[in-house]
Design a binder for this molecule. Structure first.
Ligand SMILES: O=C(O)CCC(=O)C(=O)O
Length: 306
């Protein structure tokens, strides 16, 4: 049965900016999500270049397919569109977004065995500031996730702090310089659990993840939502009709709720940027935190479909 967040979970989210839930996703939903993910990435073995649905690792070939991300799965799959509106997810969010819930973006980050790329420290809020910060992301691990296969790590409490610079030179790069930020990354907490574990993190929370150094994949479905009355400051993504078509609970409003929050505008974009690829965006960051960890040697890498 779908459930909402308990008082304890709400208090944890409020204080730390995230919560981890183990009992929200039924086993058949998990199984169907894995099957749909596998169906969608199977096309990669016919591709020599990326398509709007799939972000490919630079080492991808049709013989050794390496998908980094399924982009906007809710736009390419009726299954993932329906899941984005499933009460198993939305009932959890009700107390956090009483004005209504709108999809902001969706993705499946495929951190494949032995190659899955790191994601540098960042705040989602730096990518999409809104008129108020009732903006968050729900993650569902599609594989068991432990310290070895690149769990998402978070800096507890950072959702109450500043919005950091995510630029390299003149361009927005979607990543923080770990030294210039002054953040104590030794405080990072890995969010882990068996397949089906759900994470909810606040858009202002600092988070990132290391390379997958294991022989197991770490696939992570992410649905980012905004409150219906939180209006994006810089990109409506497709005009009012498309914007309102992404409401999954509640009614449209033309009256944004305003809250004073620290914001920065994620512009200008680097010329030639691959749209929807955080990996490409972050590639220009000069001082990478996770580069200190070594990638697995080529011969140990598995095809990224695994
Ligand atoms: O997949 C991860 O570990 C982090 C996901 C994330 O931060 C993102 O895709 O924006």
């Amino acid at each position: 049965m779908p459930r909402t967040l308990t008082q304890k979970e709400l208090a944890h989210y409020d204080e730390h900016g995230y919560v981890v839930i183990r009992d929200a996703i039924p086993a058949d939903t998990l199984g169907a999500s894995i099957a749909e993910t596998e169906r969608m990435v199977a096309v990669a073995s016919t591709l020599t270049e990326a398509i709007p649905m799939l972000d490919l690792d630079p080492s991808h070939t049709p013989e050794k397919p390496r998908v980094r991300r399924i982009k906007s799965p809710h736009e390419h799959s009726e299954y993932f569109k329906a899941l984005a509106a499933d009460p198993a997810i939305l009932d959890l969010l009700d107390p956090l977004m009483p004005s209504g819930i709108r999809i902001h973006n969706t993705k499946v980050n495929m951190k494949s065995a032995g190659i899955g790329e790191s994601i540098e420290w960042h705040q989602d809020w730096a990518f999409y500031p809104h008129t108020n910060d009732s903006v968050l992301a729900v993650g569902i691990y599609l594989d068991d996730c432990d310290e070895e296969n690149g769990p998402m790590m978070v800096i507890p409490g950072s959702h109450k702090g500043p919005t950091y610079d995510h630029h390299e030179g003149p361009y927005f790069c979607g990543a923080m310089d770990p030294d210039k930020s002054g953040v104590d990354f030794s405080k990072a907490v890995p969010l882990m659990g068996p397949a089906g574990t759900v994470t909810i993190h606040h858009a202002r929370l600092i988070h990132g993840s290391a390379y997958n150094q294991s022989s197991r994949s770490r696939r992570f479905l992410l649905y980012a939502y905004s409150a219906v009355d939180a209006w994006p400051l810089h990109d409506l993504k497709g005009g009012l009709e498309a914007y309102d078509s992404r409401i999954v609970r509640g009614k449209p409003t033309l009256v944004p709720r305003m809250k004073e929050t620290p914001v920065r505008i994620p512009l200008p974009a680097r010329p030639g940027l691959i749209k929807g690829s955080i990996y490409d965006n972050q590639s220009i960051l000069g001082n990478k935190y996770f580069d200190a960890l070594e990638k697995a040697p080529e011969e140990k890498r598995e095809p990224a479909l695994a």
